[in-house]
Each structure stands twice: as structure tokens, then as C-alpha cells.
Write a protein that binds this ligand. Structure first.
Ligand code: PMP
Ligand code: GLN
Length: 375
């Protein structure tokens, strides 16, 4: 008897595997293919010979926790108490899972905005709670009327993802005003704000939940160094939450993993002294612009991208196939892997859209673009 009967292997795994099988250029699963900053690999190599190989304290390596608190303060002018409000996790994935498991109970409802990243639904189901999927507007702005209609006394949590995977959309001040109004009607609802792409924003910086007073006491903020430092495989992320929520989250964390990888935490801690996270937006903006320029003569229609390292593209003028069939063909016939956007919807809404990851070196982007422009 399955506890998650309709959950199958993640589309990111499926597409990466298929890309490898057919030797295609992998612009599907989101991960960079360029080397990490040498300063970070040097720190890691040196630390390998030092005494950083045993369990860290349960909530995280203390020097790293202090530096995360400093980072939150310098980025958002928010002061957090690292001892009470911070938890270092095995990537954002574990932060999301642990928070939901700790706080959502049987019969609760959790509002998820589609298209949505795939990590949100399963932990809700494992809590015997109900995911309530609300579709974003056609321009990927939240439809606050529909969100309000989806809320009730059963609603425990609303999950937002800002900047948004897969669309790259960022929330506006008006969205936060609408959220504030909604929350004022439902004092029990808490917000989980997945901001793993917080430093990957372009023309405009995103508005973080950290900066909103009305969220301070009812929001769980999730981030990931995987995205910010091009180290997705290190799986180090963190959760910031008010003390009364964090107390519950830590109870689950201590039995799920107890503590997370020590040497990675120590290396990131030192790296935070020298790295400037504010340069990341410019770095990826150049990649986005270059990728868009390379594809300008293709038959794909590129959608606006305000943040993240994903480019959504329509192939409506190229093919009538559904997006999963199209992505498979893209790999087999054209040697490029992408992600079908329908997989981000509970009803597999197919709109002839696919997602390319542009976190790749220029040569990879150029080689992929040549193939894409031949379609
Ligand atoms: N949230 C979003 C929106 C993501 O795109 C990802 C993965 N890229 C995660 C969470 C998971 O992050 P991590 O790899 O740190 O677990
Ligand atoms: N977040 C990555 C993406 O959107 C995938 C991570 C994973 O495979 N779990 O592509």
C-alpha cells in the first residue's frame, strides 16, 4: 500500500537521465555546469585536513549560523536570533519537508500556487493534509481572488515561491498588500516562502518575505546555498522562522537528520567572509541575455524572465505535440534536454511551454542554441 500512490519519479531526474542516455545537452534539471569559485574549493581543500569532520550542533555549525544571521541583516535589514530562529538544513528540500512535517496536521489544507515546484505536495500528503492547488494568472501573477476563495478555517499554510521556479516571476508590493489583507482575515495561516533564488534577480531585486513586518511572526523563510554559490550537490540550505515555529521544526529535524554535513557548513561559513552575493544577479543576467540573444532567431517564443536561472519558451508555432512528448523528441531528435512545464501543474495543464536552464558555460549555451535554432 503506497502512501504516495500518484507520485512518480521527479521530472528533473527523468529528463537528466534521458539526456545522459542520448548524450544530449542537458538544459533540463537546474544546476550549473561551470566550476565553483576557486576561493571556495581552496577553503574546502584546506578544511579537509582540519578538525571539522564530526557532528555539528543539531541546528547548525555555530560560525555559519552567525554569518547567515549577518547575511539576512545585510541583505534585508532583518535582525534574527540564530540560536532561536535559524536552522541549517540538507538543502532547501529538507527545510521545506521538515517545516511542513512539523507544522501541518491531519485534515489541514495547504495552498500551493501552480505552476509549482515539485517539493511541496508530497510532505503535505504525508501529513494526511490536503494540497489545494490554485493556478496563477496567465502572466504568472497570483490570482488573489482565487487564493482567497481557496482559503478557509482549514487552511494552515500558503506556500509562495519568489523568485518563481519555473517562470522566473517575482512578487510585487501589491502582491504583498493582497497577502497581508488575506492573512488579516485568517490569523491561523502561516506562510512558507521559498526564496532559494533570492540573489538571482535581474532588472529588479525581489521583495523578500524577510522585509515584511506582517510576516515576521508567521512566515517560514527557506533558502539554499546550492543556488547562491553554484553548489547544488552540497545540499546546504537554511530555514528562518519565528521561535515558536522553529521550536517545532527543530523537533522534526533532530530525528530526520540530526545535523547536516559539517565540512560543507564550515567551508560556506568561511566563504561568506569573502563572497559578495550581490554580484550573482549580474552574473546570471548576463547569462540570461546571452542565451536570449542566441535564441532570437529560433522559432521559440521566449517568455519574460525576472529572476532564477530558467527560461520559459513556447513552441506553439513549431509543434502541436504535448510538452512531454515534445521534450522527449527534443532530446532524441535534436540533442537538447528541457523540462515540460505541464509537470508543474496538478492537472498537467499543457500550454506548449518548456523550461531551459541557462546556468551553463557559454560554450554549452552556444552549442545548445545551434541545435535549438535548427528546429
Ligand atoms: N525550491 C525551489 C524553487 C527549487 O528550484 C529548488 C531546487 N532547485 C529547491 C527548492 C531545492 O533546493 P535544494 O537543492 O537546496 O534542496
Ligand atoms: N530545483 C531543480 C530544478 O528545478 C531540480 C532539483 C532536483 O532535481 N530535485 O531543476
Amino acid at each position: 500500500m503506497s502512501k504516495l500512490p500518484h507520485i512518480t519519479t521527479s521530472i528533473f531526474t527523468v529528463m537528466s537521465k534521458m539526456a545522459a542516455e542520448y548524450n544530449a545537452i542537458n538544459l533540463s534539471q537546474g544546476f550549473p555546469n561551470f566550476p565553483v569559485d576557486e576561493r571556495l574549493s581552496d577553503i574546502l581543500a584546506r578544511l579537509a585536513k582540519e578538525n571539522v569532520h564530526q557532528y555539528t550542533p543539531m541546528a547548525g555549525y555555530p560560525p555559519l549560523m552567525n554569518k547567515i544571521a549577518n547575511l539576512v541583516q545585510s541583505s534585508y535589514n532583518r535582525i534574527i536570533n540564530p540560536d532561536l530562529e535559524l536552522l541549517v538544513t540538507a538543502g532547501a528540500t529538507q527545510g521545506i519537508f521538515t517545516s511542513i512535517l512539523a507544522l501541518v496536521k491531519t485534515g489541514d489544507e495547504v495552498v500551493i500556487l501552480d505552476p509549482s515546484y515539485d517539493s511541496y505536495e508530497s510532505p503535505v500528503l504525508l501529513c494526511n493534509a490536503k494540497p489545494v492547488r490554485v493556478t496563477l494568472n496567465d502572466d504568472y501573477t497570483p490570482n488573489w481572488e482565487s487564493i482567497e476563495k481557496a482559503c478557509s478555517s482549514k487552511t494552515k499554510m500558503i506556500i509562495i515561491n519568489n523568485p518563481h521556479n519555473p517562470t522566473g516571476k517575482i512578487l510585487t508590493e501589491n502582491d504583498f498588500l493582497a497577502l497581508e489583507k488575506l492573512l488579516s482575515k485568517y490569523p491561523e495561516i502561516i506562510v512558507l516562502s521559498d526564496e532559494v533564488y533570492e540573489y538571482i534577480t535581474f532588472e529588479e531585486r525581489h521583495i523578500s518575505a524577510h522585509t515584511k513586518d506582517f510576516l515576521r511572526n508567521r512566515c517560514i523563510m527557506i533558502s539554499s546555498f546550492g543556488k547562491s554559490f553554484h553548489i547544488t550537490g552540497w545540499k546546504i540550505g537554511y530555514v528562518v522562522a519565528p521561535e515558536y515555529l522553529m521550536k517545532e521544526i527543530k523537533k522534526v529535524h533532530q530525528f530526520l537528520v540530526f545535523s547536516v554535513n559539517s565540512i560543507s557548513q564550515a567551508a560556506i561559513s568561511e566563504y561568506l567572509d569573502v563572497v559578495d552575493v550581490n554580484l550573482l544577479g549580474k552574473f546570471y543576467q548576463e547569462k540570461r541575455d546571452y542565451f536570449q540573444k542566441l535564441l532570437q532567431n529560433s522559432r521559440f517564443d521566449l517568455k519574460p524572465c525576472e529572476g532564477t536561472y530558467f527560461q520559459v519558451a513556447s513552441y506553439a508555432t513549431i509543434s502541436d505535440e504535448d510538452d512531454i512528448a515534445f521534450c522527449k523528441k527534443l532530446i532524441i531528435d535534436h540533442g537538447v534536454a528541457a523540462i515540460p512545464i505541464s509537470t508543474f501543474y496538478s492537472d498537467n495543464k499543457d500550454q506548449r511551454l518548456i523550461r531551459f536552464c541557462f546556468a551553463k558555460d557559454d560554450f554549452t549555451l552556444e552549442s545548445a542554441a545551434k541545435k535549438i535554432c535548427n528546429i
